[in-house]
Design a protein around this ligand. Structure first.
Ligand code: NAG
Ligand code: NAG
Ligand code: NAG
Ligand code: NAG
Ligand code: NAG
Ligand code: NAG
Ligand code: NAG
Length: 821
């Protein structure tokens, strides 16, 4: 290739000030790629800068611009010639590191300061070449944080990274920053794709491979040249369509303003992170006006005459050179080292903002513009600043938020307004196919009804409602459809593994099922409870009449009756013929009297006031006691006392009784954990059958989970009762493919549904209607009446009787004493 001297186009622009007196002048050389957009902008911008420096700072610079045509060898040769033939004191360098590194090498050999415009400069180069100045650069750490913040804003959990892998251009150097930033926001990297050479066939193969996978978020960090081809191929492969997300970095975004329509068309909906510079200042407006005029004149072939970051950066770089030499009488320092020292203290406001060099590096901005490609151009959504977050406006009234959602509406690829979920289904129908079990005892939980006329299924019930609630709370758009599945629960979960379904609802979370799918958190409590038929408490029926009073009470009644009878007999025996006779007669009479006093002896037949007193009080007490007795007995007779037939698992096991359970994994649990023999286990799928089996005694007990139990008891309240402890098992969860990133989102949404009280509401609506409270056999609610309730009246009657006895005894003593006298 003939690339030696003939191809060097050398433009010498000498701006001679007419009244120039001093012979000292500064000669600046620029090596730019005149074939690239950046080079073209730089060429125009340098000339405007030269004018401005002459006019505003009254400084005279001599500028030689050489076209390197993007060829590193030519760039190196150009630099040599600039130094040798033109005796330049400063070189402003090319935009790519491939070229810049060659120029830097040459300029450092000649100890000439060189302002590199390459976006990425490796650290070793700064250490190796003391005359290298980084006049452009991106705070890649901050930029990658911005990218991660975008990913986080929309709850995407997986990303693909595509970057240009070139040993010289250091695109790969940002990957550690990106990895770290993504890790901070909890996003995983599905694929890290280095694109080496731009062979179209390998590009297609790579994209096809990515398309077959499920991750739909792509972060692209390449040169514009490679990006153009990449997006063209992606567009052809329908990868810039609905459901896809493309995020590009400044190495691409910086050229968005200059893209041709074909390229713009292939990147519709792309989100970009762009280096920020203020476009609202008067100074920029003036620059822009002059730039556009000159640019459209010099490069009529370029469709767009907007100045980009390459234009403003080189403008500021030339100003930095001017400021370093400073003053009207420019002194060209003898030693180049002095230039570097002076430059370190230079600071001024340029088009990009504050320009200052720190350790030979332009202090990069922490602020980025977030843009969205729409139509023929792109829209600025807002900015992102390190440590502050996203903001729609800048300045004092800016409101920052860590989420991008508050910025304007993003138009996603495929002109979609719905935020893509960043994750594709195994099948590209666009709908998540959610499997629903057709088996189930209760329509309140899952109700699938089929309409033969429209050939549609309608899905309702607690599980379905909960799933719908969760789905509306996802941060992105995820359309889904329910599909009925007739088979066992285990095989239903297996369908997720077989990719027949994208998800499954209405199944319990069981450790064993994790080999086919992953589950969300559970949204129902679940415990296995035993259910047995009830029977009335017949064995104790014959002794029911004893029940109203406790034993102590009966004994006390007996004692007080005999006591009262004895006292009456004692007092009355003188006056009543019937109360006299032999000792055995007397004893019989006494006992007989004790009981008949109450009922047969009328006050009129008593002769002594003392016995009358005893009887009156005793009658009153007896009235109270008999009334209490009959009331208590009546209530005991009217309430049918029910009790569980069997009350513990051990009895069932030792008696080898058959037990039933609802379908699902409970049989396994009963066998393996609770130790029932498998021949004794019966599985039921219809509640009528289950209830009948229990009633007829085919099974002695049944096991079902709480949700079912509630509904079952509501229906068969009088016949069955839940007894014994509950065994905790996994509740209901949603099953999705293993490693699916949406699990985390569903969990979050599920928590929101729970915390907002919505779940409770759904539960109440569908399965909440309360049946009757289960009868608990251990709770003896009808307690017998004890002495505690009656001791006062017993004290009363006992006291009265004792009092009468005392008076009578005293009376007798007095009489016999009188007699003795
Ligand atoms: C810069 O622009 C001038 C016209 O203003 C043109 O003659 C020259 O070739 C350009 N230089 C490069 C390196 O493109
Ligand atoms: C950020 O935006 C969200 C809504 O998108 C809002 O709930 C939150 O309060 C905002 N935070 C701040 C600090 O403004
Ligand atoms: C089940 O769904 C059908 C159709 O939507 C409805 O008519 C029926 O009442 C539902 N049953 C229950 C128990 O919710
Ligand atoms: C039944 O399905 C058809 C499409 O198959 C749909 O257009 C229609 O809205 C559905 N009807 C109901 C009641 O869901
Ligand atoms: C499920 O399939 C079985 C036979 O495989 C059939 O008897 C039953 O009716 C089916 N159930 C539903 C709801 O389609
Ligand atoms: C995916 O969808 C196609 C039709 O779009 C269908 O033929 C194929 O069976 C589906 N794959 C699975 C695993 O269901
Ligand atoms: C309760 O048991 C039934 C039948 O085995 C099952 O379909 C349902 O998913 C279970 N519910 C919970 C909350 O585990």
């Amino acid at each position: 290739m003939n690339m030696i001297p003939s191809c060097i186009f050398c433009t010498v622009l000498v701006l001679l000030s007419l009244q120039q007196t001093t012979s000292t002048h500064v000669t600046v050389g620029a090596v730019i790629d005149g074939t690239s957009r950046a080079g073209k902008e730089a060429n125009v911008s340098l000339q405007i800068a030269l004018e401005d420096i002459s006019r505003k700072a009254d400084q005279r610079l001599v500028l030689h611009i050489i076209n390197s045509r993007g060829e590193p060898a030519l760039a190196s040769l150009s630099a040599k010639r600039l130094i040798a033939a033109r005796e330049v004191q400063v070189i402003i360098g090319p935009h790519t590191w491939q070229e810049a590194s060659r120029v830097a090498e040459v300029s450092n050999q000649g100890k000439i300061p060189m302002f590199s415009l390459a976006d990425v400069t490796p650290i070793w180069a700064m250490e190796h070449w003391p005359f290298l100045v980084q006049a452009s650069g991106t705070n890649q750490d901050a930029q990658m944080k911005a990218v991660a913040a975008i990913v986080q804003s929309w709850d995407w959990h997986r990303v693909n990274i595509i970057y240009e892998d070139d040993t010289v251009s250091a695109f790969g150097s940002v990957i550690p920053y990106l990895k770290e930033s993504l890790q901070e926001v909890g996003a995983e990297i599905s694929n890290l794709v280095p694109l080496e050479s731009v062979i179209a066939s390998s590009l297609v193969a790579e994209l096809t491979r990515l398309r077959e996978q499920q991750c739909r978020v792509f972060i692209v960090h390449t040169s514009m040249k490679l990006a153009t081809r990449l997006f063209q191929k992606a567009k052809e492969l329908k990868m810039v369509e609905e459901d896809y997300i493309w995020i590009v970095t400044n190495s691409i975004t910086d050229f968005f303003h200059s893209l041709d329509l074909t390229t713009i068309h292939s990147i519709q909906g792309v989100i970009g992170v762009e280096k920020y510079f203020s476009t609202s200042s008067i100074r920029f407006a003036d620059f822009k006006r002059r730039f556009q005029k000159k640019f459209s004149l010099d490069y009529p072939e370029e469709g767009n005459d907007q100045p980009g970051i390459s234009a403003v950066e080189i403008y500021d770089a030339l100003w930095a050179v001017a400021h370093t030499y400073g003053g009207r009488n420019m002194q060209v320092p003898k030693h180049r080292a002095t230039f570097m020292e002076k430059m370190a203290s230079v600071h001024f406001y340029g088009l990009t903002g504050r320009v200052q060099y720190n350790a030979r590096k332009l202090t990069p901005s922490h602020m980025f513009r977030i843009v969205n490609v729409i139509g023929k151009s792109y829209k600025e959504l807002g900015t992102w600043s390190k440590g502050l977050g996203f903001s729609e406006s800048i300045g004092d009234n800016a409101v920052y938020n860590s989420s991008m959602q508050n910025l304007g509406q993003v138009i996603w690829p495929g002109q979609s307004l719905y935020t893509p979920k960043g994750w594709a289904l195994s099948n590209s129908s666009g709908f998540w196919r959610i499997g629903v079990p057709t088996e189930g005892m209760f329509k309140q939980i899952i109700n699938i009804s089929y309409d033969p006329q429209t050939n549609n299924f309608t899905f309702t019930g607690f599980v379905i409602d909960t799933f719908r609630e969760v789905m509306v709370r996802l941060p992105y758009h995820a359309p889904y459809e329910f599909i009925p599945y007739n088979g066992t629960f285990d095989s239903l979960v297996e369908q997720v593994y077989l990719k027949k379904f994208d998800g499954v609802v209405g199944v319990s979370v069981i450790a064993d099922r994790y080999k086919y799918a992953e589950f969300t958190r559970t949204y129902t409590r679940s415990s296995l409870t035993m259910l047995v038929p009830v029977q009335s408490e017949t064995p104790s029926r014959s002794w029911l009449f004893m029940k109203p009073f406790t034993k102590a009470m009966w004994l006390l009644i007996l004692a007080i009756t005999i006591y009262n009878g004895f006292v009456i007999w004692l007092i009355e025996r003188k006056h009543n013929q019937r109360l006299q006779g032999s000792a055995t007669d007397q004893a019989g009479i006494l006992i007989w009297l004790s009981f008949t006093t109450l009922f047969s002896l009328q006050g009129g037949r008593l002769h002594n006031n003392l016995s009358r007193l005893v009887v009156v009080v005793w009658l009153f007490v007896a009235l109270v006691i008999t009334q209490s007795y009959s009331a208590s007995l009546t209530s005991m007779l009217s309430v049918q006392k029910l009790e569980a037939k069997v009350s513990d698992i051990d009895t069932l096991k030792t008696s080898n009784a058959a037990v039933g359970h609802t379908r699902g994994f409970y049989g396994r649990y009963l066998e393996e954990v609770l130790g029932f023999k498998s021949i004794n286990l019966r599985s039921f799928s219809s509640q009528e059958e289950f209830a009948n089996a229990l009633k007829t005694g085919k099974i002695a007990a049944g096991f079902m989970n709480d949700t079912y139990l509630k509904l079952f008891l509501a229906k068969h309240c009088r016949s069955f009762v839940a007894v014994g402890p509950s065994y905790t098992v996994g509740g209901h969860g949603f099953a999705f493919p293993m490693g699916s990133p949406i699990i985390a989102d569903l969990d979050k949404a599920l928590l929101e549904v729970t915390e907002s009280g919505k779940l409770r509401e759904l539960e109440d609506k569908t399965i909440g209607e309360e049946g009757c409270v289960g009868v608990d056999s251990s709770n003896d609610d009808e307690v017998s009446l004890s002495i505690d309730s009656f001791w006062i009246i017993f004290l009363f009657t006992g006291g009265t009787t004792t009092f009468s006895l005392a008076i009578y005894v005293l009376d007798r003593l007095k009489e016999s004493w009188k007699h003795h006298k």
